[in-house]
Design a binder for this molecule. Structure first.
Ligand code: SF4
Length: 252
């Protein structure tokens, strides 16, 4: 039987016993504070733990926690070529304040090559393909050799995220997925940011509650309560695909 305590060198095998083990840990950590969850993840997976961040407020909170608990944890950003300058500047401020160098992982193509290949910006005509090529395919490469990844998703962000366990099996990327902030609210996140002076993206003070690539991120109008309303505004798309379930329902 494979248990997560063994942290094998080979890719994990999601046997029924392994998945039951994950579920037990998830249930045990359900009442834990994010710091305890991050500590468990770092102690359990060591150098095989990674974290993806787009430098949203939740990601900045986890980076702060990592700086206190496991500052050598590998962290990466999917640098699509379409990020705001303000977003990339947060990376520098995090490095300066906490000494954590977030690795920028890029697609094999430049923006110019990609748009030339598709006769223009694909985010205008086929954003799902654009997200796949510039985010999902890049993440698949970024996690080679890793066994677990952490993300900053919160259950109250959207219906897609409402079922996220603290610890679960991510079939899309064949990794254990840990969501230390799943139980936190937006108020919890901002409370810690302001209390500890954690760097954050200044666009959040300019009407952007959620920040992604600039072509697909709009200011949210007063009265729009969905904090992800500014992402792919005007289309049915609400997620880039990193945090959605597989067709068989076995995702996060
Ligand atoms: S968010 Fe927009 S620009 Fe960024 S990868 Fe997805 S479709 Fe492309």
């Amino acid at each position: 039987m494979t248990t997560i305590r063994e942290s094998p060198a080979l890719p994990l095998d999601p046997t029924p016993e392994f998945l039951a083990d994950l579920k037990r840990h998830s249930e045990r950590l359900e009442q834990a504070e994010p710091a305890e969850i991050v500590r468990w993840a770092a102690e359990t997976f060591g150098s095989r733990l990674t974290m993806a961040t787009a430098f949203g407020p939740e990601g900045c909170v986890i980076l702060y926690l990592l700086s206190q608990i496991a500052p050598k944890t590998h962290v990466f950003n999917l640098d699509t070529g379409y990020q705001f300058a303000e977003t990339l500047a947060v990376r520098d401020r995090i490095a300066e304040k906490y000494g954590i160098e977030v690795e920028l992982r890029r697609p094999d193509h430049t923006v110019e090559e990609y748009e030339a290949r598709h006769g223009g910006p694909l985010y205008e005509t086929n954003p799902d393909q654009c997200c796949h090529d510039n985010k999902i395919a890049v993440l698949h490469k970024a996690v080679v050799g890793k066994h677990a990844w952490m993300s900053g998703i919160r259950r109250d962000q959207s219906v897609h995220r409402a079922q996220a366990p603290i610890v679960g099996w991510d079939a899309k990327f064949s990794l254990v997925k840990i969501s230390p902030l799943a139980n936190w609210t937006k108020k919890d996140v901002w409370g810690l940011i302001l209390k500890e002076g954690i760097p954050y993206n200044p666009l959040h003070d300019q009407g952007y509650p959620s920040v992604g690539c600039w072509p697909c991120t709009k200011r949210v109008l007063a009265g729009e309560s969905d904090e992800r309303a500014g992402r792919w505004s005007g289309s049915a798309k609400t997620e880039c695909g990193l945090h959605t379930l597989e067709q068989d329902g076995s995702g996060i």
